[in-house]
Design a protein around this ligand. Structure first.
Ligand code: GLN
Length: 486
């Protein structure tokens, strides 16, 4: 088998056993990127030289007798809103074109310290706003299972690159489902951790009370490996907490006897594709066979989650994006008359349509006349949604649902009807609103397009989620299928 087809934990073991060199592994991925990325469109920047230099440095450590702990010499691709020193960080936006990060995000630093190799920067919906990657200012990323279909978003390229063997692992970010939904569309595993589990220092903010870095791998073990290497408290991000990070990867067992799983009736109503529902029903059977107790539960406020999410996230985005003014970073409009004109033109020319829509919506809901009616009310709804989840999670170890109501959709299918695009996040956004962790794991295909199964857990229950996902994965073969167009 070619090197780039191996999973991260397999590559780590091969490097440790001196069957391959780190440099050979990195070269295999770079070779595959140059072969197929023209078709997939996942990378905005490939850091070939830096990656090869770091690989050689790690190989030297091995020659000196050192064992590479942590990521063990395995490469990771990074979404283009996470700072990597010396590399571009465009956030998929024209307004950040030409900007080079002067420092590493904490997650980047941890990857480097834990013997990982950064392969490059990945395409995304502009400022992580979108569900299809169609909002990137730069290029189109296709779904490796069928190039007519979107890879999901906003971390669409993070999922596509792993599905297409252009990286064994990748980092994405989540504000409302941006790791889990593309993971589900591309048949890879994606985790959105608890709010506060992974540092966001050096990650460009979208909705600060919702944002988290997420991880993607080809199987649960790979995803667990990356998560445990980048999690933990960080004194540069005061939302992170001092709860020890478990060795997620070492606690994966098939037997889940006695685990209680809730099925929220509200997630199985109108809008759910019939074949996706059937796929989930089959998955429930597998989990029962593995010992889980699966029962219905109720999350009655689900219907308000999407509205609350778009108000809160847009309000926060309108404030966070205020810093892009044409002065401090990236793009600056030419021929401007004065400073106000410079702000105005730089932002008008630099931001895309969806970002402008969110800024306008956010500014509106925060304005004096509408603050109480929209923003404040949404915060109240948010509290009720948190309570909804807590009631259920007092009785269950996890909640199970589809990750998305449908498989991937075609390019252009939802760009005219923005609300239908927003609806594709209906099962993921409540989790971000509540700050809970959740994982998406491949659970089958509908019309040859992947479907994802989601487990939602209580705060800091990542280990339980990895284990439930692993139990399911080890009883099925979905993770062994290979995307068609590569
Ligand atoms: N699709 C959602 C949005 O457009 C979620 C994005 C995200 O999680 N970054 O806001």
């Amino acid at each position: 088998m070619e090197l780039h087809k191996y999973k991260a934990h397999e590559l780590k073991a091969m490097i440790k056993n001196k069957e391959v060199k780190v440099e050979e592994v990195t070269k295999a991925f770079i070779r595959n990127i140059s072969k197929i990325d023209e078709k997939i469109g996942a990378y905005l920047h490939v850091s070939e030289e830096e990656a090869l230099n770091s690989s050689k440095a790690l190989d030297e450590k091995i020659t000196k007798g050192e064992i590479l702990e942590g990521l063990g010499g395995v490469p990771v691709a990074v979404k283009d809103n996470i700072s990597v020193k010396g590399m571009q960080n465009t956030c998929g936006s024209k307004i950040l074109q030409g900007y080079i990060s002067p420092y590493d995000a904490t997650v980047t630093k941890k990857i480097k310290e834990n013997n990982g190799i950064i392969l490059g920067k990945l395409n995304m919906d502009e400022f992580a706003m979108g569900s299809s990657n169609e909002n990137s200012a730069f290029k189109k990323t296709v779904n490796p299972w069928n190039e007519m279909y979107v890879p999901g978003g906003s971390s669409g390229a993070s999922a596509a690159s792993v599905a297409a063997f252009e990286a064994p692992l990748s980092l994405g970010t989540e504000t409302g489902g941006s790791v889990r939904q593309p993971a589900s569309f591309c048949s890879v595993v994606g985790l959105k951790p608890t709010y506060g589990r992974i540092s966001r220092y050096g990650v460009v903010a979208f909705g600060s009370t919702l944002d988290q870095v997420g991880v993607i791998g080809r199987d649960v073990e790979d995803c667990a490996l990356l998560a445990q290497n980048i999690s933990g408290i960080d004194n540069k991000d005061y939302t992170t907490v001092n709860i020890p990070v478990q060795a997620y990867k070492n606690n994966l067992v098939k037997d889940i006897k006695g685990k209680k799983i809730g099925i929220p009736v509200e997630y199985f109503g109108e809008g759910l594709n019939d074949n996706v529902r059937k796929t989930i029903d089959k998955a429930i059977k597998v989990l029962r066979e593995n010992g889980a107790e699966v029962k219905e539960c109720s999350l009655p406020l689900t219907q308000y989650a999407l509205a609350a999410y778009y108000i809160i996230s847009s309000a926060e985005a309108s404030s966070n994006l205020g810093r892009f003014d044409g002065v401090k970073y990236g793009y600056r409009s030419k021929d401007t008359e004065d400073v106000v004109d410079l702000y105005f033109k730089s932002r008008s020319e630099g931001f895309g349509k969806e970002v402008k829509r969110r800024i306008m919506l956010g500014t509106y809901v925060l304005s004096a006349g509408y603050y109480d009616a929209y923003y404040k009310k949404s915060l109240k709804v948010r509290n009720l949604i948190i309570q909804d989840f807590q009631k259920v999670l007092n009785d269950f170890d996890a909640i199970l649902s589809p990750t998305s109501p449908t498989p991937a959709f075609k390019f252009g299918e939802k760009t005219k009807d923005i609300l239908s695009m927003y609806l594709s996040d209906i099962y993921t956004v409540p989790v971000n609103i509540a700050g809970l962790p959740a994982i998406s794991v491949p659970c089958g295909f509908v019309n040859n397009l992947p479907v994802g199964l989601q487990f939602i857990g209580n705060y800091f229950s990542e280990a339980t989620l990895f284990n439930l996902a692993y139990s399911y994965e080890s009883s099925t073969d979905w993770h062994k299928f290979t995307a068609q167009i590569i």
